[in-house]
Write a protein that binds this ligand. Structure first.
Ligand code: URA
Length: 239
């Protein structure tokens, strides 16, 4: 479910603020009923939304997987003019990233205009696996990796249990490669988790999201999801 004003804005009819004004002014109907309060949530797949008596044209939903390179913002625009994830697509539809990866993190990010599914995928209750490959400073001990598995205390609370696999260590370089699987999406979570055990991240890549991976792709590559993959994603978010 999404907020009515957001749906109107996403349909390209008005800015978010203007959409709110349209609602307050009684110009918006949901399933034939005028709605004047803000905050009403709608399901764009089921509810019929009209603005000034004209039904909102729902865009064909599209779903893309991008192997985000580093140095790219997980947003649709950047006030500093930096590259954003939607620069990698040349399509009519207005898609948005599902969640975010840091500017300096590479890897898998989904882009879609299906707000409903995006919203569900980001909800922590569905516990979607996000697998990261981290190059970290030093060689973490088993004990420290166990701490990551059990959960570490960050400024915004304790992290949920994670799966951690030590892949390799390089004594000479003073670095290691560690695979970590988390479900949550706290800001800069993986970086802060490794920081908490004294092994700061030098490089970070999201390799997998649920059953989807970037294996075989290169940074900057993008591909449309297959219908069976979209179906499978939906199945991940069934209660
Ligand atoms: N954790 C991080 O620290 N950064 C990301 O981009 C994703 C997860």
């Amino acid at each position: 479910m999404e907020r009515l004003q957001k749906v109107i804005a996403q349909a390209g009819l008005a800015s978010r603020r203007k959409a709110e004004q349209l609602i307050v002014d009684g110009k918006v109907k949901v399933n034939g009923q005028v709605i004047t309060e803000l905050g009403v949530k709608v399901n764009t797949n089921r509810d019929k939304i009209e603005v000034n008596g004209v039904p909102i044209d729902k865009e064909e939903p599209v779903y893309f997987l991008l192997y985000k390179p580093t140095g790219v913002i997980s947003s649709v625009q950047d006030e500093k003019g930096r590259k954003v994830v939607t620069d990698f697509l040349d399509i009519e539809q207005r898609v948005y990233p599902v969640g975010r990866l840091d500017y300096d993190t590479s890897g898998l990010i989904l882009l879609t205009n299906d707000g409903e599914l995006a919203h569900r995928l980001m909800h922590p209750k569905f516990k979607i696996d996000k697998v990261y490959i981290a190059k970290v400073k030093g060689i973490p001990s088993r004990e420290n990796l166990r701490k990551l598995e059990k959960g570490v205390f960050l400024d915004d609370g304790k992290t949920a249990p994670a799966k951690v696999k030590f892949q390799s260590g390089n004594q000479q370089q003073g670095s290691s490669i560690v695979e970590i699987t988390i479900h949550e999406g706290k800001n800069r979570q993986v970086r802060r988790m490794f920081e908490a055990i004294g092994h700061p991240v030098m490089k970070l890549k999201r390799e997998r999201y649920g059953f989807l991976t970037v294996r075989g792709m290169n940074p900057g590559d993008v591909r449309e999801l297959k219908p069976h993959e979209v179906k499978q994603l939906r199945e991940l978010t069934v209660t």
